[in-house]
Design a protein around this ligand. Structure first.
Ligand SMILES: O=c1ccn([C@@H]2O[C@H](COP(=O)(O)OP(=O)(O)O[C@H]3O[C@H](CO)[C@@H](O)[C@H](O)[C@H]3O)[C@@H](O)[C@H]2O)c(=O)[nH]1
Length: 468
């Protein structure tokens, strides 16, 4: 790293937990380097979460600027400033489009930062495509962060250009000629990416944000080279802007859990299971998954019949969960509040994670060497599940009752796959592989590791240059 000091990085995360948390980890990593200061843009309601998350960081190195989240958007309930508080994810597009109204405020603040010492680069979420215009007007390089991995990004882009799949059924297997080892189906992709949705608000949003990404100076990717080299190399050969793997960002988390403090109830419960010599399956589907009542019931029955100990963090309410709690008292725990997921995954008693495969959850599990039972629900999660189960071999896969990667899953499948992960031979195999994967991830984030070096290089090439 060169000796030039005073790099000022502006971070602007999208207002959803799965997008904000990794950017906050990135802030921590940037501040481990000398001469870097960070400003984070957010909205009033999201600010307390951010301030608390980074509360241990020296105040002179980091500041948080709060903008007004647009009010009076007809489709949005007042006061909702984060996607996990939306009553339905069908409001995602109005929510994401509402952020565009923040552009004038953002530019005013950016200008005042520029006059008081300057901004070296902006790292903003891909969903905040409009920040590219703001950066361009101010002559500041913009780097994009989507929160997804290279595999999903590359395969989706290749699919969009390769028309050989047109006319196939949603579950009919096909291969992309540049990746012949990989079996895919159209159901692995969102309709806006697989050619079945070619107009409408979601399609327009994807087009707008993709154009803004292409005009930006780089992509910051929460992954590491050793696990995605084929896809990263391909991406950087065929597409722009250049992608830089600087993760897994969750490894930047301080060892908060070692400090003396009152342990949360969920951790005390895990301590108890450890003392009883029981292995626990952790069950969670991220911050915004929507699960139907009917599906929730099958999950509950499957977990009950598996006879495995489990800790289920769930946002849904209702009698299904109350009944389950009653039936599995002592063996299973249902938690409805926000937990520290990394702390749970790190607990010695946790030997499996039934997960929707949001990319943060998948990475957190890999880094803690916990094998995954992949049950994707939406967004990039189906591709993440392919990566986890088919490519990396660090997890098993739950498929729908009709064999599709999408759709209703019966309780007998849940029961069978939970037992397989926790006690079966296939579970043994993925357990061994996830240990190796965890070690490789930790190595990538050490000071001599690939991700650490890549972040240094990215700062030097993009943020320290004066001629952008
Ligand atoms: O009680 C909770 C619930 C969640 N988390 C954390 O919240 C994050 C959730 O992120 P993720 O697992 O990626 O799930 P989503 O919230 O669903 O993430 C969205 O963003 C991801 C990154 O772009 C995508 O991969 C997902 O598909 C998309 O749904 C993780 O860091 C979890 O550790 C907690 O700490 N406590």
């Amino acid at each position: 790293m060169d000796s030039i000091t005073s790099v000022h990085v502006v971070l602007f995360p999208f207002m959803s937990k799965g997008h904000t948390i990794p950017i906050l980890h990135l802030a921590r990593l940037l501040l481990l380097r000398t001469g870097i200061t960070v400003t984070i843009f957010t909205t009033h309601a999201n600010s307390p979460f951010i301030r608390q998350f980074l509360g241990d960081i020296q105040q002179s190195l980091i500041s948080v600027i709060e903008l007004e989240f647009p009010s009076n958007i007809p489709e949005l309930p007042p006061g909702v400033e984060s996607t996990d508080h939306l009553p339905s994810m069908s409001l995602f597009i109005p929510f994401a489009n509402a952020t565009k109204l923040m552009q004038p405020d953002f530019e005013r603040s950016l200008n005042s930062l520029s006059t008081s010492g300057g901004v070296s680069c902006i790292i903003s979420d891909g969903f905040l495509g409009w920040t590219q215009q703001s950066a361009h007007k101010s002559g500041i390089p913009r780097l994009v962060f989507y929160g997804i991995n290279n595999y999903a990004m590359t395969i989706t882009k290749v699919l969009a250009m390769d028309r050989s799949h047109v006319g196939l059924g949603p579950d009919e297997p096909f291969i992309l000629s540049d990746f012949p080892w990989m079996k895919l189906t159209l159901n692995d992709f969102l309709p806006v990416f697989n050619g079945s949705e070619t107009e409408g608000p979601h399609f327009e949003f994807v087009m707008e944000t993709s154009i803004a990404t292409a005009k930006s100076q780089g992509l910051v990717v929460n992954s590491f080279y050793e696990y995605e080299s084929a896809y990263l190399d391909y991406y950087n050969r065929e597409f722009i802007p250049k992608a830089w793997c600087v993760g897994p960002l969750c490894l930047a988390e301080v060892q908060k859990f070692d400090r003396p403090r009152e342990k949360p109830d969920s951790i005390k419960w895990l301590d108890q299971k450890l003392a009883e010599g029981r292995s626990v399956l952790y069950v969670a589907f991220g911050s915004q998954a929507e699960i139907t009542e009917e599906q929730l019931r099958e999950m509950a029955v499957g977990l009950e019949r598996s006879e495995v100990s489990f800790l289920w963090v769930v946002r849904s309410k209702g009698e299904v969960l109350e009944e389950l709690e009653e039936k599995v008292k002592g063996r299973g725990l249902v938690v409805r509040e926000w937990v520290n997921q990394v702390e749970i995954l790190r607990h010695e008693s946790v030997h499996g994670f039934m997960s929707h495969c949001g990319w943060n959850s998948a990475l957190e599990s890999i880094c803690e060497s916990v094998p995954i039972l992949a049950w994707p629900m939406m967004a990039d999660q189906h591709l993440n599940a392919r990566l986890v189960a088919d490519e990396l071999g660090v997890g098993l896969r739950i498929l729908a009752s009709n064999g599709s990667v999408r759709g209703f899953v019966g309780s007998e499948i849940v029961e069978k796959m939970v037992k397989e992960l926790m006690e079966g031979e296939k579970g043994e195999d993925v357990r061994r592989k996830v240990k190796e994967a965890g070690e490789a991830a930790r190595k990538a984030m050490e000071e001599s590791g690939s991700s650490w070096r890549t972040l240094d290089q990215l700062i030097n090439e993009t943020c320290r240059r004066k001629d952008h």
